[in-house]
Design a protein around this ligand. Structure first.
Ligand code: FE2
Ligand code: FE2
Length: 158
């Protein structure tokens, strides 16, 4: 694999772990507010981000590229509202989408077809990630604080 691409994938797999921690902090914010449904939803989100990182790691190892695990910034732990959390999440996913697209551009320029095939999975996944948060934002906007408890029950079914 091209050295530049190995470095870029290392940056991305570490960003996936960082994303997991962003959602782990949110999960625990909800736990503290006794919003069990949202706590559950964000726990799944946390696990999915770790799976995204693992998928990149497996691919790198299959290709004989060295995985490099790095540190990252402390995630945000305090929030003003559920809506703020969801909007922060959607913006985070938009950033991820941008980064995945940049990786895809690099892989295409290098004609690395195996990496293109891998990244296509992430391109599709990001459509779902953004849609999930957009949908929750719309739902929260439709409900008041009273409806939030009802919504918490629905969200807990993920
Ligand atoms: Fe991800
Ligand atoms: Fe994500």
């Amino acid at each position: 694999m091209d050295k530049k691409l190995i470095e870029a994938i290392n940056v991305q797999l570490n960003f996936e772990i960082e994303s997991a921690h962003v959602y782990l902090a949110m999960q625990n914010y909800f736990a503290n507010k006794s919003l069990k449904g949202f706590e559950h939803w964000f726990q799944i989100q946390f696990r999915e981000e770790l799976e995204h990182a693992q998928k990149f790691m497996n691919y790198m190892n299959d290709r004989g590229a060295r995985v490099d695990i790095r540190g990252f910034a402390t995630p945000k732990n305090e929030f003003e509202s559920v809506l703020e959390i969801l909007e922060t999440s959607l913006n985070h996913e938009k950033e991820v989408t941008k980064r995945i697209n940049n990786l895809m551009t690099m892989a295409m320029e290098l004609k690395d077809y195996a990496t293109i095939a891998l990244l296509q999975w992430y391109v599709n996944e990001q459509v779902e990630e953004e849609a999930n948060f957009s949908e929750l934002i719309d739902k929260v906007k439709m409900t008041g604080n009273h409806g939030l408890l009802m919504l918490d029950h629905v969200v807990g079914k993920r």
